[in-house]
Structure formats: C-alpha cells, structure tokens
Design a protein around this ligand. Structure first.
Ligand code: PEP
Ligand code: MG
Length: 759
C-alpha cells in the first residue's frame, strides 16, 4: 500500500492540471482498492456545493455538471461531519439520494472520506462497489490515508488552476487566489509578477571532449569576466539602498568564482580535456548537490548562490544573449528562492513587492527586503512560481499573504489601504522630530533595532532616542569569514558615533537557530533548541573576547555602549560572560584605552529566564525582553514555520503574564527593563507595554512614528485602566478584541492591520 501511495503522490505531483490530477487519483485508487467506482467531489466555495469533478465507474458525462449541497446525499453527510462513512447498503441510509443519470443504481457498498487541508474541507473522496459488503478496516484506513496525503496536492493544483483561470474554482471567498506565507517586511505592494529565472540550465549540459582546450579556457575566462561585471553592476544599482556592509555580500558572492574556489576547479577540468560548458556544469552541480544535502538553511542558501552564478556563466558560454527584460512599472519579484543579485536586477523604483517560496523571517532576503523597505512575504509553500509571471499580485506584507489576480473589490480594498499608508506616511512625517508622549504629556522612550548599515541612517531620520538592539550577527552573516577585531571595532564605532550621545545596546553574537554563518556551520536536527546565542560564544571564548574587545575599544571617548547577552537560560551563563567582559576591559585598559565598564544586560527570551528574572536582574545592569523568541519558546511554536504561524500569538495571555512577571522582577531590584522584539513596534501592543511599565520600547525605525501617534491618544490613567481590563483575559482573541476596541474608540483603526506579530 505504501508503494501504491508513493507512486500516486509522485504522479499527482507531476500532473499538469487539476483535471489531470483528479483523473489520476480516481483511476489509481480504484485500481489499488479493486473497487467498481472511485469519485471525487470538490467543494466550490462560491456556490457552497460539492461539485462532481472526477470519476471512474460512474457516468463521466456528468463531470462538472452538478453539485450537492451539504445537506444532500451521503457525500453531503461526509462533508458536513468531516468524518468517513462506511456502509454495506447505501440506499438504506436516511440521507441517501439518487442523482438522475449518474449510474449509481447497481452499487450498494459505499465508503466516503473527507479531503481536508489545513482545517479547510476541500471535498470528498468516494469508492463504491456492487456487493452488499462493508469495506474492511484496512480499506477504510487506506482511503483516509490517501485523502490526507492528497489534500495538500489538491489544494496546490486547485490554486494553480485558479491562477491560470482554466476553471472557475474560487479559492478565496473574495475571488482570486490567496496564498499564505511569512510576513518578512510590512507594507502593501500591488504590481505585476516577474520571475527572475536562472539563465541557462546546468542540468542539461552534456559531457564532451574539448576540441581546443586553450580556446575553451579563454571562453570560460571571458564568461567569468562578463558575470563579474554584471554582478558589480547589480551591486552599484543597490548602492543607494544598502550600506557598505550589505554590499560586502556581493564580494562574498564573487569570491565563489575565484581561481582558489570553484573557478579553479572548472579551469582544471578544462585543462584535463573537458569542454568549458561541461566542466562548468559538472563542478557546479557537484557543489550544489553538496550544499543542498546540508541540513542548515544558511548552507542550503549557498547552493542557490552557486546555482545562480553557474547558470549566469553558462548563459554567456552558450552565447545566449541575456534577455533585456523590460520590467513593469510596478513589479513584484517572484522566485522559488531569492538571491541578492536577483533583488538588484530590478530597478529599485519599479520594485514594489517580493514573494518567495522558501526562506524565513530571518533569511538573507528578509534582511535585505527590510533594509530596503519593500513589502515581502516569504515561505509561501504553495507558490506556483512558474505560473505567476505577468499575473497581477497583491503582496500583503502585514499579514504574510499574497493575492493572485484579485477580484476588483479586493483590489480596490488593497489600493485603498496602500493610499492610506501613503497618506499616513505623509501625515506622520512631522512626528519624526518630536518626542513620544502620552496625551497627558508623560514621556515614553522609543528606541530602535538595527542590523544592516542602512538602519542607522533610518534611525537618525526617524528621531530614535537610542538603540535597544543592534543585531551584530547580521554583519557576520554577510561575510565569508569572521570579521577581525579591527573590522568589528570600525563597525561598532559607526553605530556608537551615529547615535551619540544616545545609548546603543549591542547584542553579542546571536547565531544558531535559523541564523548560521556560512563559515561556521552548525548542523543540528533541532537548531532552535540547540547551540544558540550565548551557548555558542561561551564555548568559543575567542569569538566572544574578540567581539567584546572590539566593542569596548569602539566605545573610547563616547561611553554610550551597553552590552546585551542573548539566549541566557542560567545564572552561570551571565556570570561567565561578565567575567570574560571584565577580563576584556582589563586588557583594553592595559593597552591604553580608557572608558568605563559598560552596563551589561540580559535578554529574557526563554521561559527559564522568566522564572529566573529576579536573580538575573540582581546580577545584571538591565533586562531586555526578546518577545520573538519568548513567544516561540513559551508557546512551543516555531517562529519561522508558516504552517503554525496562526498559533504564533505574541499577545497570548501566557506571554502577557510572563511580561508582567519580568517587569516585577526588574522593579524589585531597581533595574531598567526594555522590550526589543517585534511586539514593541506593534501599534496594538505598544499601549499595553507602556502601561505594563517597560522603560523602553525598541522597534524597527519605520514603526516609530506610528507608535508615537498611537501612544499620544492615551493618557497614563487610560493606559493603566486598559491594562487592568486586559490582564485577567483568558484568550488571545479576547485580548486582541479589547485592544482593537481601545484603538478604534480613538479613531486609530487604520493602524490595526499593522499589528503583524499578534496573531
Ligand atoms: C527576540 O527574540 O525577540 C529578539 C529581539 O531577537 P531575535 O529576533 O534577533 O532573535
Ligand atoms: Mg531572540
């Protein structure tokens, strides 16, 4: 049975259309179960009927010709209850109904199973037989298994069908097709999809003897030179968008082609007699396969880079003139996996959105998209990439959704939201230079989170009062080796100087989880519960010491540095880290540097740290809540997994109880406590966080003005009353509704959809 199932899934996967997929299913299931009939009914959300879509054994002329309501027939019974129905005599069942001309009369035995995908009823799968007999338990289990396994494939085929408009399946109640992924950069983008494709196919190149090795070698070198210059051009296109830090990524990218790396291997093969195309393809494919087998998302991303480079070189070698694609005025870039070079290929003023099949909120693409401020949705598992080009797309970067060929009403709604966003942006612009206060004039400290170089610039533009979280690992991620102490010192100095005299909180290297360095691979089956953050750096004091020394030296004469430790779960980790920091301080002093020991803080982002908050607050100088990880670990919901994204609720009552506990712990030792996860920049959550007593809210620079506006609508007393109403609530839904009502009552409805992390 397993073998039958495997083959069926493979065939359905390869099917060209929904019709083909359904025909394959009914044919193969009937054969495997040796029944007389196999039929599929699919749920049409427009008419709310179960449409007769494919059959083997009944009258196929009826396909697409009729549908049953949920209260009609045995099929309606299965759909309503979403459970299987196994009968030896179908006609004896009270809900049995004969459909004229279908040819069901001779069949007595009936077995139906619902087809359910992500809680959504897609249809019903039925087998029937002439004999008066009940299907066996094994047969029933098989049909349920087939139905569960095929649900995802049917959903995918349905979507592809809706997109190519070959049938009338309405996938979304509003019309058009809706797909869900992970919100990577907030905002709305409306435009035409463009697919940045690989230029040539490495897979199809044959192996052949070189007629003239020297000429082949020259052709290869010329192709390399062309690709280099293309990529340099791409880097230049991005010059205004990205700082030197981010552009360094392209250097890493190019180094893959160096003689000391893959370029050398290709040249060696050519010298040994293989023609240039064959040599290139063999070397590249070998490395791609190697990277693709790696567990780690970062390393798998390198496979994409290698493939991208290889196909570009091949494109030149094949003398295939690069298509001069004329990108639409408003382009949504669509890709299975985005590379930095693909991002740079579309002129910035035409790029309005980004959608990718793979990737998580912390992937490279997401980091770059955020730095460029382009609405992005990643991890859209069901994305039918090749069918999207030239279709109209709406990218909802607030909720992690995209809409394909939206119905006019839906489109009008998003156009309205986009216009509102633009108007709001204008309206809020003057707030950048004003401090954040409540309506009764009480000040609130709003800080920013930084990572890429461009963030510092934006932080200044938007009037940040400090940096609550500088994610140092981002600049480590964009390189091909650990940065030296001096390189780090310069980087940190820029941050400290740019915001001086405001405080800058630098987090020590937080790698592991879904953030792995290409040159320091960590392979684990459960990386979020593995070697992460402080665990890695305490095991590698040389990395930690170099980083802290660089931070202390950068602080010379400025004295606005604060050091923050990620992923702390035990007091020993804080003590060991403090010891190392003290050691560094003594060392740099002996080298002639002056300056005080900076405040040392602990991130509270795992449940253990919540329960230990009082002890941590006593021994640290400040606490900072990482609500992204705290939510993930408290609720046991992977923050990067689109399948459980609905369960990722940062306003869950359990998270709120934890926040209160942390604040009380910090208060009891008179230590400041801030919050620097996405929740701080959520307009729905910010009033509550201020009411709870956080000393600073640290967020992306783009959120500052919105949060200032929201907070200015509440007095301190109103905030307190709001908090007292909210804390006893028992469900996320109740909390969210209550906050929505509070914002709505103050005319702040337009900010509600910006609450992206609240679930
Ligand atoms: C957090 O976990 O909330 C946080 C701020 O850290 P990061 O998102 O970098 O894990
Ligand atoms: Mg974290």
């Amino acid at each position: 049975m397993l073998e039958v199932l495997r083959r069926l899934i493979q065939d359905v996967n390869d099917a060209d259309s929904l019709e083909d997929a359904l025909a394959l299913i009914v044919g193969q299931v009937r054969a495997a179960m040796q029944t007389d009939v196999c039929t599929i009914y699919l749920h049409d959300k427009g008419s709310q009927k179960l449409i007769f879509r494919a059959t083997e054994g009944l009258n196929s002329e009826k396909v697409g010709q009729f549908g049953l309501r949920f209260d009609e027939g045995l099929v309606g019974w299965v759909a309503t209850r979403e459970e299987p129905l196994n009968l030896d005599d179908a006609s004896a069942h009270p809900q049995f109904q004969l459909v004229e001309g279908l040819g069901e009369e001779p069949f007595n035995a009936f077995l139906g199973a619902p087809i359910v995908h992500q809680r959504d009823l897609l249809g019903v799968l039925v087998v029937q037989q002439g004999d008066h007999r009940r299907f066996s338990e094994d047969e029933e289990a098989f049909l349920i298994t087939v139905s569960a396994q095929l649900a995802g494939l049917i959903a995918h085929a349905e979507l592809a069908g809706a997109i190519s408009q070959t049938n009338s399946v309405a996938v979304d109640a509003d019309g058009g097709a809706r797909l869900s992924g992970i919100a990577a950069c907030s905002g709305i983008g409306i435009g035409t999809a463009a697919w940045v494709s690989p230029h040539a196919d490495l897979q199809t190149v044959p192996s052949r003897q070189a007629a003239d090795r020297r000429a082949e070698l020259k052709a290869f070198r010329d192709a390399l030179a062309s690709v280099r210059s293309d990529i340099q051009q791409v880097a230049e296109n991005l010059e205004d968008e990205l700082g030197p830090e981010d552009r360094a990524l392209f250097g890493v990218y190019l180094s893959i082609l160096d003689d000391s790396a893959l370029g050398g291997e290709v040249a060696a093969l050519i010298k040994a007699g293989e023609w240039a195309q064959g040599a290139l393809s063999q070397v590249m494919l070998r490395h791609i396969r190697h990277f693709e087998r790696m567990e780690h998302s970062y390393l798998r991303e390198r496979a994409v880079d290698v493939r991208d480079l290889g196909t570009r070189v091949l494109g030149y070698l094949q003398d295939a003139d690069r298509r001069d694609v004329d990108y639409p005025e408003a382009t949504v870039l669509v890709a299975e996996e985005l590379t930095a070079s693909a991002l740079g290929e579309i002129p910035r003023d035409r790029l309005v959105g980004i959608v990718s099949m793979r990737g998580s909120a912390n992937s490279h693409t997401a980091i770059l998209a955020r730095a460029m401020g382009i609405p992005a949705v990643v991890g859209v598992e069901d994305l039918p990439v090749k069918r999207l080009p030239d279709q109209q797309l709406v990218v909802d970067g607030y909720n992690g959704r995209i809409y394909v060929n939206p119905h006019v009403d839906l489109l009008a709604r998003f156009e309205g939201l986009l216009a509102e966003d633009e108007a709001l942006f204008e309206e809020l612009a003057p707030l950048a230079t004003q401090p954040a206060t409540t309506s009764d004039g009480s000040a609130v400290a709003l800080w920013v989170n930084t990572g890429v170089a461009a963030d510092v610039q934006r932080a200044r533009e938007f009037g940040a009062e400090g940096v609550g979280l500088y994610r140092t690992e981002v600049s480590f991620l964009l390189r091909d080796r650990f940065p030296s102490e001096e390189e780090q010192r310069q980087l940190y100095r820029e941050q400290l100087e740019a915001l001086h005299p405001s405080p800058v909180t630098m987090r020590t290297l937080d790698i592991g989880g879904d953030k792995a360095l290409p040159y320091f691979p960590i392979e684990e089956s459960n990386p979020f519960l593995g070697w992460r953050g402080i665990r890695v750096t305490l095991d590698h004091p040389e990395i930690f010491l170099t980083q802290v020394r660089a931070m202390l030296k950068a602080n010379e004469g400025l004295h606005n540095l604060r050091i923050l430790l990620p992923m702390v779960t035990a007091i020993d980790e804080l003590r060991s880290a403090k010891e190392l920091i003290l050691r560094c301080h003594d060392e740099v002093k002996s080298e002639g540097f002056t300056g005080p020991l900076p405040p040392i803080g602990v991130m509270i982002e795992v449940p253990a740290a919540v329960y230990l908050a009082s002890a941590l607050a006593e021994e640290a100088d400040f606490l900072s809540v990482g609500s992204n990880d705290l939510t993930q670990y408290l609720l046991a919901v992977d923050r990067g997994n689109a399948r459980v994204a609905d369960l990722y609720q940062a306003l869950h009552p359990a998270v709120l109880a934890a926040l209160m506990h942390i604040i009380e712990a910090a208060r009891s030792h008179n230590k400041p406590v801030s919050i620097c996860g996405e929740l701080a920049g959520d307009p729905r959550a910010a009033p509550l966080l201020v009411a709870m007593g956080f000393d600073q809210l640290s967020m992306n620079a783009g959120s500052l003005s919105v949060i200032k506006r929201v907070l200015s609508a509440f007095s301190r007393d109103e905030l307190k009353a709001l908090m007292e109403t909210l804390l006893p609530l028992r469900s996320t839904q109740e909390v969210v509704s209550c906050l929505d009502a509070a914002l709505s009552a103050r005319g702040l409805d337009s900010f509600l959809r910006r609450g992206e992390s609240t679930g």
